[in-house]
Design a binder for this molecule. Structure first.
Ligand SMILES: [Zn+2]
Length: 589
């Protein structure tokens, strides 16, 4: 490590973040965080003088430069731009979202309109759900949860409940819930009106037949038939079967986008009952038809949605025109988010489920809200990520879940209990001299009121000596080898220091000897679990499969659903505490 360079870097960052003036203490603190050895080194008087000298020189040098030179040097020397600093800052403080265009306090009405065709996933919440809720609250308006359940072939009863459960878990409470399936009669009445005004017709073309007509920009034979409303009644009464008739809106057949030429509004589905209305209705509205009717009737003022909906928006506008409604909705559009490394879209999840690659919608590998919450992502972290992503209009191609995990660790750190879980345990036998050893680790570091996990460990007699037995993780083997080769010591957190004597993998045990009780600076620490009665069997459910190991006795005190940090292993949540066996969910490192 080149301290001159590190000092220069932080002096520059500090300066450009504070109108061109770096401050010695701030720079020093940043160096402590980045290079912890420096903090230790300044305990010695000589080292301290040397280090302070270097930092003072850097600060003086940087402060002698112009702001523009500082910015240039930071970029040239360290590849750090002002924009990167801004972004980092935004990550740290919760960013206020921008004002909503055309928003009037007390008058904003927003809606989140999921279809009950699966569990809500992170992508839906980050934008549509969170922002609609946020802005309704911000302007003392109304947030409506609208269930878009007009396709009985796709909706399932259970998802109605899940949508509500998941939003409640996130704290996104709605002021009103609306089921589109409650409004079928109303859709029919409105459709009668359009028939009476000659603005729609029943089309019996097969889909490819119809495409051929509109490709040539000519009407199909059904468009101008007399007595159109009779055909509509035939649709409702059951004269036509599924696939034999649709209601189409008469539009401009010369529109450049073929999707805008006489789009369908309603169609027949009689093959499956609707989960809420059974077989009572057989003609169901298509998405755009129900959507614009609802937006109009509910007095929605702002629709926050993905920009991919442009064609839909134009179709909805044409429907509104047909009804003679002047629609005063502000459409706020955002870019797509692609979350890397996981099947994010419902269709991907559904096909993974079909292929049996996933166990269910709460499979820990999924980023449905219920899977994330269950595995130990705190609702607050999801909200923080939503504000972080905000209303960016450009597409975000690679939103890494790591950003969510960073927020989550920040939320959980002051509240989650710590516990030692040892995966793939190896027995460590320590020859000791004392009769009793106590270990003491805080439930939550920095929060003494929460108390400690305290153990009194008694060595057993073996071959004339005294042996203390603990479990350590196989994943620490490499570190143990390194320490052993260097003939240095290792610390068992909260217990003692040890010196490795022998690594016997065939016998599955490691021999060590006691090397002092007091903590020594700069010594690697590993976690451990007392062997014998003070250890319990534990399973940790991770996205990569279920891991088996041992957990310390105090895990018995944890409640189901409680957040934990398995020290040096990862954040997570207690899934099921069965007393003798503890099941945990792993969230992230
Ligand atoms: Zn036709």
């Amino acid at each position: 490590m080149n301290l001159h360079r590190v000092a220069l870097k932080y002096a520059l960052i500090n300066a450009v973040s504070h109108e061109g003036r770096a401050e010695f203490k701030a720079v020093l603190n940043k160096i402590f965080v980045d290079v912890p050895e420096v903090k230790e080194a300044i305990r010695s008087k000589e080292k301290r003088e040397e280090i302070f000298g270097i930092v003072e020189d850097s600060v003086r040098y940087v402060n002698s430069m112009s702001y523009d030179d500082q910015v240039r040097m930071l970029e040239r020397e360290f590849g750090i731009t002002l924009q990167m600093l801004e972004e980092k800052k935004a990550m740290k403080t919760r960013i206020g979202l921008p004002e909503l265009p055309n928003a009037v306090k007390g008058k904003v009405v927003t809606r989140f309109a999921p279809a009950p065709t699966g569990a809500i996933h992170l992508g839906q919440v980050l934008r549509a759900a969170y922002l609609s809720w946020y802005y309704a609250r911000k302007y003392d308006g109304k947030f409506i949860l609208r269930i878009e359940d007009t396709d009985p072939r796709r909706v399932k009863r259970v998802y109605y409940d899940w949508i509500q459960e998941d939003l409640r878990s996130l704290g996104l409470e709605w002021d009103e819930i609306v089921y589109e399936s409650d409004h079928f009669d109303e859709y029919y009445e409105l459709t009668y009106r359009l028939f009476e005004e000659g603005k729609v017709y029943v089309c019996n073309c097969k889909s490819d037949e119809f495409k051929r007509f509109i490709a040539r920009k000519v009407p199909c034979p059904h468009r101008d038939k007399q007595g159109a409303v009779d055909y509509w009644e035939d649709m409702i009464s059951g004269k036509y079967r599924e696939g034999e008739a649709v209601v189409r809106l008469k539009t401009d057949l010369t529109a450049d986008n073929p999707a805008l030429r006489d789009p369908p509004l309603l169609r027949i589905i009689e093959s499956v009952p609707h989960p809420r209305t059974g077989y009572k209705y057989r003609v169901y509205p298509l998405y755009n038809y129900a959507c614009i009717i609802e937006d109009h009737n509910l007095g929605i003022t702002h629709v926050i949605r993905a920009k991919e909906h442009e064609t839909n928006q134009r179709i909805q506008r044409m429907i509104a025109d047909a009804f003679g409604w002047s629609i005063d909705i502000t459409y706020v559009e955002y870019g797509m988010i692609k979350i890397t490394g996981v099947p994010a879209h419902k269709r991907d999840i559904r096909s993974a489920l079909r292929r049996k690659e996933m166990e269910g919608w709460d499979d820990p590998r999924l980023i449905t809200i219920r899977a994330l919450l269950q595995r130990g992502i705190h609702p607050e972290a999801i909200k923080m990520l939503a504000e972080h992503v905000g209303m960016t209009k450009h597409d975000i191609e690679d939103l890494s879940l790591k950003t969510l995990f960073t927020y989550n660790a920040r939320v959980l750190s002051p509240m989650a209990k710590r516990i030692f879980f040892v995966e793939d345990p190896l027995l460590l036998k320590i020859s000791v001299s004392g009769d009793v050893y106590t270990s003491r680790n805080p439930w939550i570091p920095g929060n003494e009121e929460m108390g400690y996990r305290e153990y009194r460990l008694c060595p057993v007699r073996e071959n004339g000596g005294r042996i203390l037995r603990v479990y350590i993780s196989k994943s620490d083997l490499e570190l143990i080898r390194k320490v052993s080769e260097a003939d240095s010591i290792l610390r068992l957190k909260g217990l003692m220091n040890i010196k490795i004597k022998n690594i016997d993998l065939m016998g599955g045990e490691i021999l060590a000897e006691e090397a002092g009780i007091n903590e020594v600076k700069g010594v690697d620490k590993i976690h451990w679990v007392p062997a014998g009665d003070l250890s319990l069997k534990a399973f940790v459910i991770t996205p990569g499969g279920t891991k088996e190991g041992v957990i310390e006795f105090y895990a018995q005190l944890l409640s189901n659903g409680e957040y934990v940090q398995m020290e040096r292993y990862g954040w997570g949540r207690v899934y099921r505490n069965e007393g003798e066996v503890i099941y945990l969910m792993y969230a992230h490192k």
